[in-house]
Design a protein. Structure first.
Length: 213
């Protein structure tokens, strides 16, 4: 793909990195076959190829809008597209660069900034998030249907199986929000792997992986 990066970004490390990644893309569209947001929404701009084009436009001088920001926000950064890309485009890295640039150029509404700040204050901290989750479960019957279906039932975590010395072992990061919202997820995983002769070892001090930020 040909590019014409403007001076504002051309001599920056991010701009040069993005230019290299953009030039490796051949716009074949194989990536759309494995992109969950494209499969769900059917919008070219909600697929990797469309987002690459949006980032290219910004780097070439086109002013981004809230719509540009929204399409970049919708990317899950699951990197499924990278598994089907014949050119080896490092899409996730390009998306990170594009998001930071657009974030600095497009101001979000106050309500959205407040919500995003709240997510960062609570989601990475299981203790804080557990309080919010319990309140949601307590008032679940009073919530609108659209919110009610998103609040999981309150169920205590079931016991983990004991690891025997003969077992192979794997390290599991218990997560932050999941640990508070669906504590049985890891317990169920431990039981399945125990049947296969694999024991899970927990690391309680692992903390947040940084995905939310």
């Amino acid at each position: 793909m040909e590019t014409s990066i403007i001076e504002r970004f051309k001599d920056t490390p991010e701009g040069q990195e993005a230019d290299t990644i953009l030039r490796s893309c051949v716009h074949c569209g194989f990536c759309t076959a494995t992109c969950p947001t494209y499969q769900l929404l059917g919008d070219e701009l909600d697929g990797p190829r469309g987002r690459i084009y949006l980032i290219k436009q910004v780097l070439e001088g086109k002013e981004p809008t809230r719509r540009t920001q929204q399409h970049l926000d919708r990317c899950l950064t699951c990197r499924s597209c990278e598994t089907t890309c014949p050119a080896g485009v490092r899409y996730a890295h390009l998306a990170d660069i594009g998001r930071v640039i657009v974030e600095g150029m497009v101001k979000r509404p106050v309500t959205e900034r407040f919500m995003r700040r709240g997510l960062r204050l609570f989601l990475p901290y299981p203790g804080r998030f557990k309080i919010i989750m319990r309140l949601g479960q307590l008032f679940r019957p009073l919530l609108p249907e659209s919110l009610r279906v998103k609040v999981p039932d309150s169920k205590p975590a079931t016991p983990w199986p004991d690891n025997s010395p003969q077992m192979r072992t794997m390290l599991v990061l218990e997560g932050c929000a999941q640990k508070a919202a669906t504590p049985n997820t890891n317990a169920a995983t431990a039981r399945v792997l125990e049947r296969l002769g694999i024991g899970l070892v927990r690391e309680p001090s692992a903390g947040c992986c940084g995905a939310v930020s």
